[in-house]
Design a protein around this ligand. Structure first.
Ligand SMILES: Nc1ncnc2c1ncn2[C@@H]1O[C@H](COP(=O)(O)OP(=O)(O)OP(=O)(O)O)[C@@H](O)[C@H]1O
Ligand SMILES: [Mg+2]
Length: 316
C-alpha cells in the first residue's frame, strides 16, 4: 500500500522503528522493526499480538509518549514530527497502565482534563461521558476508592473529553468484569456509530474478530498480517478435529493423508484445512483404520498457532 498521509486514513505509519536504549543490565531492545499500518477513517481497527510484540510501543509513539527511532507517522492528516499538537488533539488514548491522579473526583478529573485540552466550559460534557460509562454515581467519589474496572472506564472517559476523532484503547478489557466490559464495548460501539475511528489492542483473536473490521497482527516488532477481519480468519484456514476414540489406542496410528497426534488423555488431534477437507473424509479414514469414534469436536486454531503460521509463512 502506498504511504498516504492525507484524507483517507485516520492513521498512516510507514517504516516505524523503535529501539529502546540499553540501560543498566538490560541490553538495547528493537521493539519495532519497521512497521507499516494504515487505519481507515471511521473504522474499528484491531492491533493483535502476544506479550512484548510491540503494540504499546506503537501506540505510545502515536500518543507522543515514546520517541520513534525512524519512520513516518501521520494522524488525521498531520505529521507527527511537524505537528505534534494537532496530532495530540486528534487522539484520545487510553493507556495500558492505570496511572491517574487520585486526589480528584472523576468529575473534577474530567473537568481538569478538558481544561488542559482547552475545551470551553460551554462545550464540556463531563457528566454525559461519565453517564455513558456507567460512572455517574461515582462522579463525586474519590478516585482512589474506585475499583480497577471503574478506573479503567474513567481513563476512557478522560480520553474522550476533547471529542477526538480517534480513540485508541490499549488493552481496555484487562481487569474489567464481563458486565462492565459489555458496557465499555457498547460505549465504544456508540462512538463508532457516531463516526469515531477506534483502534484497540488485544491478545484475544476472538475479541478482535468480534469487534474489528480490520486486524493487524504484530509479532516480534513486525506486522505479520494486516487484513480485513473476515479475510484474515478465512485465510488462516486451519482447524483441529478432536476425536475421543471408543477404545484406547496403543501407540501408532496411520491415517494416510492426515496428520494425527495422540494426546495424553487419549484423544486424537487431527489438523485440517476446512477449505480442502470435509470432516466426513477424516471420519472415513478413521473408520478404515479401525478406530471407533465415541465423541468429536472441532476447535479453531488458537492465536499462538496463528502467529506461528504467519511468521513461518512470512519467512518461508
Ligand atoms: N521503556 C522501555 N524500555 C525498554 N524496553 C521496553 C520499554 N517498553 C517496552 N520495552 C520492550 O519492548 C518490547 C515491546 O513491548 P510493548 O510494551 O510494546 O509490547 P506489547 O505488545 O504492548 O506487550 P503486552 O501485550 O504485554 O502489553 C518488549 O520486549 C518490551 O520489553
Ligand atoms: Mg502493551
Amino acid at each position: 500500500m502506498d504511504f498516504n498521509p492525507n484524507q483517507e486514513y485516520a492513521i498512516a505509519a510507514r517504516g516505524v522503528r523503535k529501539t529502546y536504549r540499553a540501560s543498566g543490565k538490560s541490553p538495547a531492545k528493537e521493539a519495532l522493526k519497521g512497521i507499516d499500518i494504515h487505519v481507515k477513517r471511521g473504522s474499528i481497527f484491531g492491533l493483535l499480538g502476544p506479550n512484548g510484540a510491540g503494540k504499546s510501543t506503537f501506540i505510545n509513539i502515536l500518543a507522543g509518549l515514546v520517541g520513534k527511532t525512524a519512520g513516518e507517522v501521520s494522524v488525521w492528516g498531520f505529521d507527527l514530527d511537524a505537528n505534534p499538537r494537532q496530532v495530540r488533539a486528534a487522539l484520545g488514548v487510553v493507556p495500558q497502565e492505570i496511572n491517574m491522579e487520585v486526589f480528584f473526583t472523576p468529575l473534577e478529573g474530567l473537568e481538569i482534563q478538558a481544561g488542559l485540552y482547552g475545551v470551553p466550559k460551554s462545550k464540556r460534557r463531563s457528566m454525559e461521558i461519565l453517564r455513558a460509562l456507567g460512572l455517574e454515581e461515582k462522579a463525586d467519589a474519590y478516585v482512589r476508592n474506585l475499583s480497577g474496572g471503574m478506573k479503567r472506564r474513567l481513563l476512557v472517559a478522560k480520553a474522550m473529553v476533547h471529542s477526538p476523532p480517534i480513540l485508541i484503547l490499549d488493552e481496555p478489557t484487562a481487569g474489567v468484569d464481563i458486565e462492565l466490559r459489555k458496557q465499555l464495548w457498547e460505549y465504544v460501539m456508540e462512538l463508532h456509530a457516531q463516526g469515531v475511528t477506534i483502534v484497540l489492542t488485544t491478545h484475544y483473536l476472538e475479541e478482535a474478530q468480534e469487534l474489528c473490521e480490520e486486524i493487524a497482527i504484530i509479532h516480534n516488532g513486525e506486522v505479520v498480517a494486516c487484513e480485513p477481519t473476515e479475510k484474515l480468519i478465512s485465510s488462516l484456514d486451519r482447524k483441529m478435529l478432536m476425536v475421543t476414540p471408543a477404545e484406547e489406542l496403543n501407540g501408532h496410528l496411520d491415517l494416510g493423508a492426515f496428520d494425527v497426534e495422540i494426546k495424553q488423555d487419549g484423544r486424537l488431534a487431527i489438523p485440517y484445512q476446512p477449505s480442502k477437507t470435509q470432516v466426513a473424509e477424516i471420519l472415513e479414514s478413521l473408520s478404515s483404520a479401525g478406530v471407533m469414534v465415541k465423541d468429536l469436536s472441532t476447535v479453531e486454531s488458537d492465536l499462538e498457532d496463528v502467529f506461528l503460521e504467519l511468521t513461518y509463512r512470512k519467512s518461508a
